[in-house]
Design a protein around this ligand. Structure first.
Ligand code: RTP
Ligand code: MG
Length: 142
């Protein structure tokens, strides 16, 4: 177990904002004990989304994913705490909300809506390198 404080980028995706789940999701992050150090609601443009999702370019879900992510406001946040990257991904649950375990954000609050891309409420960085890269995109200078 490491004890160095980490940061992660959390996004509440447009489905979460549209459904009024911002408070519920941020409550879970804070109740787990992580600290929110930046929070901002905004609609992402295509350049930001292309940079954020560069690793998925060329995959079949890429275009619908970028379209969905730009379809309305997103809540972007930086959360801090020891092992917050792993901890937030555990809170979020599996990518597919149908398979995500109850107790997780996606498992408790998400489902398959029969749409072109999985609308799964949240994003969390998956490594220290991704977190610092993504924080630089969404919160330049922080
Ligand atoms: P995220 O990046 O959003 O935290 O989610 P993740 O790591 O669990 O999933 P990832 O593999 O990075 O995929 C990014 C997002 O693309 C959408 N997706 N749809 N087969 C599909 O329809 C599919 N696969 C991925 C999801 O919105 C996923 O969160
Ligand atoms: Mg990912």
């Amino acid at each position: 177990m490491t004890t160095s404080t980490e940061r992660t980028l959390i996004l509440i995706k447009p489905d979460g904002v549209r459904r009024g789940l911002v408070g519920e999701i941020l409550r879970r992050v804070e109740a787990k004990g992580y600290t929110l150090t930046s929070v901002e609601l905004r609609t992402a443009d295509d350049d930001l989304l292309a940079a954020h999702y560069a690793e998925h370019e060329g995959k079949p879900f890429y275009a619908p994913l970028v379209e969905f992510m730009g379809s309305g406001p997103v809540l972007a946040a930086i959360a801090e705490g020891n092992r917050v990257i792993e901890g937030f991904r555990a809170l979020a649950g599996a990518t597919d909300p149908t398979a995500a375990l109850p107790g997780t954000v996606r498992g408790d609050l998400g489902r398959d809506w029969g749409l072109k891309v999985q609308q799964n409420l949240v994003h969390g960085s998956d490594s220290v390198e991704s977190a610092e890269r993504e924080i630089g995109l969404w919160f330049p200078g922080r």
